[in-house]
Design a protein around this ligand. Structure first.
Ligand code: ADP
Ligand code: MG
Length: 362
């Protein structure tokens, strides 16, 4: 849908910021530009909507050279979200969201209604619409920024490090929210980040940029983690890539074993429960895990590790096992009820079997 054809950008008197970039961006997918600071991600993104003009080469959208489309019209046809939400401080949230609609001559009352709808789409209450940007948290402001970019229902969304200024907990929420939104909206999203974890989480495809505006690798996140093309990508992807790659393998094949349980009444003291030689899992009346009782029972309930939810990857299974005080990862169903436990050794056996299968098939 969007094609870069030998695109370069040189800011006067500097080495190229982007150098002969050629790549295709698929419709309805999230494409992530990732790389260290200064490698030309923002420049490349901004050439798509002509906020920056290329020094050479061409960019087409649906086959049409963007340099032939008036810049103002082009910008209005693409939503743009940046790191600082960039909201107008003296306008209410509603007015901020409705800006593009008003530019497109949508009547005021209709624009208001659409703004309220959009706030709900991004997980804010319509009541927020009457506030001013300074009265919102950083995460809320970013949500408003996304709502504003969606206002005119553009087919393309350009996002430049939209979540990098908020704290990690809010960032994780916003990432999940974007994935949820995208399942309904199926926009063509170009998303810039310097964070490889964010890139592999969000991207259908990931473009790794190297210093000097060189495209080092352009592939699925799974492939970038499994098979970085060169030392630069391998170093950028980092030391945990083997572990992170497990996110792309289904955890369905991991055996789930029974475990000794004891039903605890949350109203009673916990220290008397359990009576086996090993670890005992405490569950509530609805069979949801509450914590572990160690073999020597004097200490009472020990908090559990991360849960392995139905449908999660091998990464989730291994993390559950490794983070559990009992060495037994607790597997739960969609309602949070206990299914059984997994061990790290059995997760590793599944990983190893998968590897041998690929080897045999290759
Ligand atoms: P990134 O978004 O990957 O951090 P940028 O596209 O912002 O990278 O910048 C790429 C290179 O171009 C950097 O060396 C940066 O200093 C330079 N650059 C970006 N914008 C300008 C500008 N307006 N004038 C001069 N140099 C710029
Ligand atoms: Mg940038």
């Amino acid at each position: 849908m969007i094609e870069f054809k030998g695109v370069s950008k040189t800011y006067q008197g500097n080495p190229p910021a982007v150098d002969g970039l050629s790549m295709g961006i698929e419709r309805g997918k999230i494409t992530v530009f990732v790389g260290p600071s200064g490698c030309g991600k923002t420049t490349s993104l901004r050439m798509i909507n002509r906020m920056v003009e290329p020094s050479g080469g061409a960019i087409t959208v649906d086959g049409r050279d963007v340099s032939t489309v008036p810049a103002a019209a082009l910008r209005r046809s693409m939503g743009y979200v940046m790191q600082s939400a960039g909201l107008l401080p003296h306008r209410t949230v509603n007015d901020n969201v409705a800006t593009v609609l008003r530019l497109n001559r949508v009547p005021r009352s209709q624009a208001r209604r659409r703004a309220a709808e959009l706030l709900e789409v991004v997980g804010l209450s319509a009541a927020m619409g009457k506030r001013y940007p300074a009265q919102l948290s950083g995460g809320q402001q970013q949500r408003v920024g996304v709502a504003r970019a969606l206002a005119a229902d553009p087919p393309v969304l350009l996002m430049d490090e939209p979540f990098s200024a908020v704290d990690p907990v809010v960032r994780a929420e916003l990432q999940q929210e974007l994935l949820r939104l995208q399942r309904d909206l199926a926009k063509t999203i170009v998303f810039v980040t310097h964070d490889i974890d964010e890139a592999t989480l969000l991207g259908d495809k990931v473009a790794v940029f190297a210093t000097g505006g060189r495209l080092a690798q352009y592939a699925s996140p799974e492939e970038i983690l499994r098979a970085p093309v060169d030392d630069f990508v391998a170093a950028f992807v980092g030391r945990d890539r083997g572990f992170r790659h497990l996110s792309f393998s289904s955890g369905a094949g991991v055996p789930i074993r029974p475990v000794d349980t004891v039903v605890l009444d949350p109203a009673l003291p916990h220290s008397m429960a359990g009576n086996s030689d090993g670890w005992t899992l405490a569950v509530d009346a609805r069979n949801r895990p509450m914590g572990w009782l160690p073999p020597a029972r004097a200490t009472g309930l020990v908090p559990g590790g991360s849960l392995f939810r139905d449908g999660e990857s091998l990464r989730g299974a291994l993390d559950a096992a490794l983070s559990s005080p009992a060495g037994l990862g607790v597997a739960v169903d969609d309602d949070g009820a206990l299914r059984g436990v997994v061990t790290a050794a059995e997760v590793l056996a599944v990983i190893e079997a998968g590897r041998q299968l690929r080897e045999g098939g290759a």
